[in-house]
Every structure is written in structure tokens, then in C-alpha cells.
Design a protein around this ligand. Structure first.
Ligand code: SF4
Length: 124
């Protein structure tokens, strides 16, 4: 099989052409450096993505906090991780970079907050 892939590792954005057979890389053209070849090899053999989402906040000044994975996870696990994230709730206050879930689904990536959420101010 053949595919054109844009390398996203650096701003050069090299257009790479890759040829493979049953996940075995046969040929890579167009990479200006080794990192591009590694990126394309991973894209073909074990594509990974970081994901961003929202988690419900209890007693917060806002109802949701933005979160992300600390490391890229296998693409085929994205749906499972999103299902786990949907079940989460966290109590305010939420600090930035607070670990919400350690090692989600045993994938070696944590779910962390990317925003500070203050506790709701109750006025009497
Ligand atoms: S192949 Fe190398 S130079 Fe080209 S975009 Fe990828 S990292 Fe950058």
C-alpha cells in the first residue's frame, strides 16, 4: 500500500510518501530527517493521538473543566478513553495540571486538567 503523509513533528511539514505491506515499511521518501521517518512508521504501525475533552465539575464557578491526556494513546483506544472521561466528575477547586485520572485504562497516560476552576461562591 502507498500513502502520502504530512509530517507534523516540526514546522517544515514535509510531505512523505510511504509504502508498506502488512504494517512492514518498505520505503519512505521525502523526509528531511530521521524523526519524520519515525513519525510515519508509527502512523502506519501504531498510530497514536493526544485527546482533549471536558469533565464535569461539582460546586465549581463553571460546570466543566477542560482536560487532556499527558501522552498520546493508541488511536484504537480513543473511544474507550472518551467513554471513561464521560463518567468522570471532579470537585472544585480544580488546579491547572491536576491529575484527574492516573494511567487511564493502563495506557501509560494521565488525564489532567488544563484550566483552573474556582469553587462556587455562595452568597447568603
Ligand atoms: S521530516 Fe524532519 S524536517 Fe521534515 S517535517 Fe518531519 S521532523 Fe521536520
Amino acid at each position: 500500500m502507498n500513502k502520502q503523509i504530512t509530517c507534523i513533528i516540526c514546522p517544515n511539514g514535509c510531505e512523505l510518501s510511504v509504502e508498506w505491506e502488512e504494517k512492514s515499511i518498505k520505503n519512505i521518501n521525502g523526509a528531511l530527517c530521521k524523526r519524520g521517518e519515525e513519525y510515519v512508521t508509527q502512523e502506519i504501525q501504531n498510530p497514536k493521538r493526544t485527546i482533549a475533552s471536558l469533565v464535569k465539575v461539582n460546586n465549581g464557578e463553571i460546570p466543566l473543566v477542560s482536560v487532556r491526556t499527558t501522552k498520546a494513546i493508541p488511536k484504537e483506544k480513543i473511544f474507550d478513553v472518551m467513554e471513561e472521561i464521560k463518567k468522570l466528575e471532579v470537585n472544585a477547586p480544580v488546579k491547572i495540571n491536576q491529575v484527574i485520572v492516573k494511567n487511564i485504562l493502563g495506557l501509560g497516560s494521565d488525564i489532567i486538567s488544563t484550566k483552573f476552576v474556582e469553587k462556587e461562591q455562595v452568597t447568603i
